[in-house]
Write a protein that binds this ligand. Structure first.
Ligand SMILES: [Zn+2]
Length: 356
C-alpha cells in the first residue's frame, strides 16, 4: 500500500484498512485508525505508522474515539466471529444453543450474543435462521422431496417449516420447488448506496430481496430462482403496500450499517436477515409520508391519491407481511375477509372526505 492509497483510505474512513496502519496527527500528538470519525487533519500534519506500538514509541497517544490501541484484539475477535459463522453454516441441520456456540468461541453466552451482534450485525440465532433458509432453498432445487429438504435444513417438523418459510419465500415450499409454476411475481428495482435493490413479491408475500451491481444482473438472478413463474414489473399504480415497503427499505438501506467488512457470503446471509427483520418490524399503523410515497411511485403530484390509499394501509400494514402484498398489483382487500374490507373502504371514504 503506497502513501497515496493510505491517504485515500483516511479520506474515505475505509474500515478495510484498519488493521493495516494507524496515522498520527502531529499537531495533537494523537493517533487514529483510518476509519476514525474524528475531523480529518490536513495531509502535511499526519504520519503513518504500521502498528499502534510504533505510534506509541514515537510518543503518540491513542485516540479516545476510535481506540486504535485495541486494534489487534478487535481483529482477533472479528476472526473468531467469522469462524463461528462458518461453524453455524456447517452445522445448519443441528439446533445450536447459545451455550453450545459460546463453548465453541470460548466465551460466555452473554458475551457471545453481544459480540456476535456487534461484529456480524445480527444475532447468532438470526444468522442460523438465514443459513437454514438458504440451505432449505438449495435443498428444494436438488433432487429429493420437500420433506427431505425440510429435515436436512434442520426445521425439525413439516408444520414448523411451513409456519416459518412462506413468510420468507412468498410461496409454499412445493411451489418454490416447481420454480414458481403458476405464480405471478411482480418486481421493482431502486438504486441504493449499496447497489441496486431488487424486491419481488407474489400474492403471498415477498419472495426475493437482494442487492447487486445492476438491474439486468438482478433480473437474471430473479428469473433463475423462479424459472417457471410469470415475472413482470410492478406497475407504478400497483400494490400500494409493495411501494410503501420498497420506500421504507430504501430509506433503511440509506442509513443502515451493513458491515461491509464481512466476507461476501456471510454478508449476503446477514443482508437477507436484516431485510426480513426490518420488514417484519415496521410498526403497526406506521406509514411513510404521502409525499415520499407519491415520489417513490413516480407520481409526485398524486399526493392526495396516495393519502387515500395510505389511510387504507394503516390497516394493511398491521397484518403480518406475508399476507398483505399482491404480486399482481391488485388491491386484494377482500382476501382478509369481509369485515376488513368494510373497514378499509370506510377509512378510504373518510380520508377522501377529509382531503376534499
Ligand atoms: Zn480516532
Amino acid at each position: 500500500m503506497n502513501e497515496e492509497q493510505q491517504w485515500q483510505a483516511i479520506q474515505d474512513r475505509d474500515r478495510r484498512w484498519d488493521d493495516q496502519f494507524v496515522y498520527g496527527v502531529m499537531s495533537t500528538g494523537i493517533y487514529c485508525r483510518p476509519s476514525c470519525a474524528a475531523r480529518k487533519p490536513c495531509r502535511q500534519d499526519i504520519r503513518i505508522y504500521r502498528t499502534p506500538a510504533e505510534a506509541e514509541q514515537a510518543g503518540m497517544r491513542p485516540c479516545k474515539r476510535c481506540h486504535p490501541e485495541q486494534r489487534s484484539t478487535n481483529e482477533e475477535l472479528r476472526q473468531r466471529m467469522h469462524a463461528l459463522c462458518r461453524y453455524i453454516e456447517a452445522n445448519v441441520g443441528q439446533s445450536l444453543t447459545l451455550e453450545h456456540l459460546g463453548r465453541q468461541a470460548h466465551m460466555s453466552s452473554y458475551h457471545l450474543q453481544r459480540r456476535f451482534k456487534s461484529i456480524v450485525g445480527v444475532t447468532p440465532k438470526q444468522y442460523a435462521e438465514g443459513c437454514r433458509l438458504r440451505t432449505f432453498k438449495q435443498g428444494l432445487k436438488s433432487p429429493g422431496t420437500v420433506t427431505d429438504a425440510i429435515y436436512d435444513a434442520g426445521f425439525g417438523s413439516v408444520s414448523r417449516a411451513y409456519e416459518r418459510v412462506p413468510t420468507h419465500m412468498g410461496m409454499t415450499p412445493a411451489q418454490y420447488q416447481s420454480g414458481g409454476r403458476d405464480m405471478a411475481i411482480s418486481y421493482a428495482t431502486a438504486p441504493t448506496p449499496l447497489g441496486v435493490l431488487l424486491m419481488a413479491a407474489t400474492d403471498r408475500g415477498l419472495c426475493f430481496v437482494e442487492l447487486g451491481d445492476d438491474e439486468a444482473e438482478m433480473l437474471t438472478r430473479l428469473v433463475a430462482e423462479y424459472p417457471a413463474a410469470e415475472v413482470s414489473r410492478m406497475p407504478a399504480g400497483g400494490s400500494e403496500t409493495f411501494w410503501v415497503w420498497m420506500q421504507a427499505l430504501c430509506d433503511h438501506l440509506r442509513d443502515a450499517d451493513l458491515e461491509l467488512d464481512l466476507p461476501t457470503d456471510i454478508r449476503g446471509t446477514v443482508f437477507q436477515m436484516k431485510v426480513w427483520n426490518y420488514l417484519c418490524r415496521i410498526p403497526k399503523g406506521e406509514t411513510r409520508t404521502y409525499k415520499a410515497v407519491a415520489e417513490a411511485i413516480g407520481q409526485p403530484k398524486a399526493v392526495r391519491a396516495v393519502a387515500n390509499v395510505c389511510a387504507a394501509n394503516r390497516v394493511a400494514l398491521a397484518i403480518p407481511c406475508h399476507r398483505v402484498i399482491r404480486g399482481d398489483g391488485g388491491l386484494g382487500g377482500y382476501r382478509w375477509g369481509v369485515e376488513r374490507k368494510r373497514m378499509l373502504l370506510e377509512r378510504e371514504r373518510k380520508a377522501s372526505a377529509e382531503a376534499s
